[in-house]
Design a binder for this molecule. Sequence first.
Ligand SMILES: Cc1cc2nc3c(=O)[nH]c(=O)nc-3n(C[C@H](O)[C@H](O)[C@H](O)COP(=O)(O)OP(=O)(O)OC[C@H]3O[C@@H](n4cnc5c(N)ncnc54)[C@H](O)[C@@H]3O)c2cc1C
Length: 459
Amino acid sequence: MGVSDGISRAARGKIDDVNPKRILVVGAGHVGLYAALRLSKKLSRREAEVIVVDPQPHMTYQPFLPEASAGNISPRHAVVPLRRELRKCTVVAGTVTRIDHDRKTAIVQPISGPTREIQYDHVVVAPGSVSRTLPIPGLHEQGIGFKTIGEAIFLRNHVLDRLDVAAATTDPEVRRRALTFCFVGGGYAGIEALAEMEDMARDALRYYPELEPKDMRWVLVEATQRVLPEVDRDMGAYTVQQLLKRDMDIRLDTRLESCVDGVVKLSDGDSFPADTIVWTAGVKPSPMLDATDFPRDERRRVTCLPTLQVVDGDRVIEGAWSAGDCAAVPDLTKEPGNFCSPSAQHAVRQAARMADNIANVVRGREPVDYKHKHAGSVASLGLHKGVAQVYGVKMTGWPAWFMHRTYHMSRIPSFNRKVRVVVDWSLAFFLKREVVALGQLHDPREEFVEASAPVGAAR
Ligand SMILES: Cc1cc2nc3c(=O)[nH]c(=O)nc-3n(C[C@H](O)[C@H](O)[C@H](O)COP(=O)(O)OP(=O)(O)OC[C@H]3O[C@@H](n4cnc5c(N)ncnc54)[C@H](O)[C@@H]3O)c2cc1C
């Protein structure tokens, strides 16, 4: 059994003449960070204490992952340090492994050491989502997702490293395989990742006299007949056109069937070896929800009321709140039966509504419904290229790209991050893009292990 937090509700009531409510925030992503920040500003310490648990020391602003991957902004500036932002909260570096809401208790596995048990009055369930994969042979061994800063930076180093491999080899097969990059899934994450990476690699080729842009093969595999389902069909078609103009290989209505040993086999019968297979074909709610007693819908999301309270049929689960990618939140701007899409746009707004509602309930007031009409989407297709549809207004090219940047700059939390991102972009305006691979970061001990090996040991 783990170590308890040591202070039970009753005991605390005796220690203090007030009994602040304990609010446990599970996950410090778009929902968790914004909710914790607002709760800690709205409620005094006499009213509530906010505990935030996340295994990462930072919130990742995921819409900036493609830009970080392409080297347009520093990876450090696409994340927001929790301890700096959440000064009034208690931050626990760990993973919530179980929630027993009947007992209002969560089990936390700190990043090291024994488990802890944390009791709470309110819980914000916001562990987000993970890549939704399929049982495709070879995918587990060969694929990589695009949801974390680690994946984005690994991919950047990997793509640049493949250029080095291709330039150094004399074997045409090795070169072809190194220069084949396959992305599966044409939502905004997949399209932006593909377009930004290709843009970066094309830029980098100016330093590789051995290689030409036509040596690279960038493949997008999408199971439906269109890309970017978040925008209208014509905008999706425009995006495909732009990618085709850049000689990308766009396979719509096609599925990845296998990629054993890096040999990609598609449902259209084509097959080719690729050193890079990126899976961006959707998300599913965090599997940690399986270790909770919260009600879920058929897509395994936590069922919520528009107030963001967890609900089981007609029964409101007192003290339980959820939002973001892991939650089924009714979309009140559409017909009944529709739910908010998994997007940062909803996540941050839901977080604010939820924090206000928790504050209301703590103060004995009624919670209010969340209602936001999805404004649309903005996507970058590489430097100075983009596509946007916001409140019905459609934009392409430079204006769309500019809008993408200004929108996300206004959204990333904290003044500090906004300034750093703008400085990165401004520097890139005057200086050429950094295209060096720091692949050594992924195996930093290799050289030391070799140097310190006992004399005579196999090398
Ligand atoms: C590449 C990419 C680009 C995107 N671009 C856009 C865009 O342009 N516009 C847009 O609206 N949306 C975009 N999105 C989607 C958007 O980022 C997500 O919808 C949003 O992050 C969801 O917020 P969340 O708080 O639910 O989850 P997250 O932000 O993912 O946060 C979940 C947090 O929970 C933590 N966690 C997980 N499990 C546990 C556990 N057991 N215990 C404790 N903590 C845990 C994680 O470490 C993480 O910090 C993009 C996503 C990606 C991947």
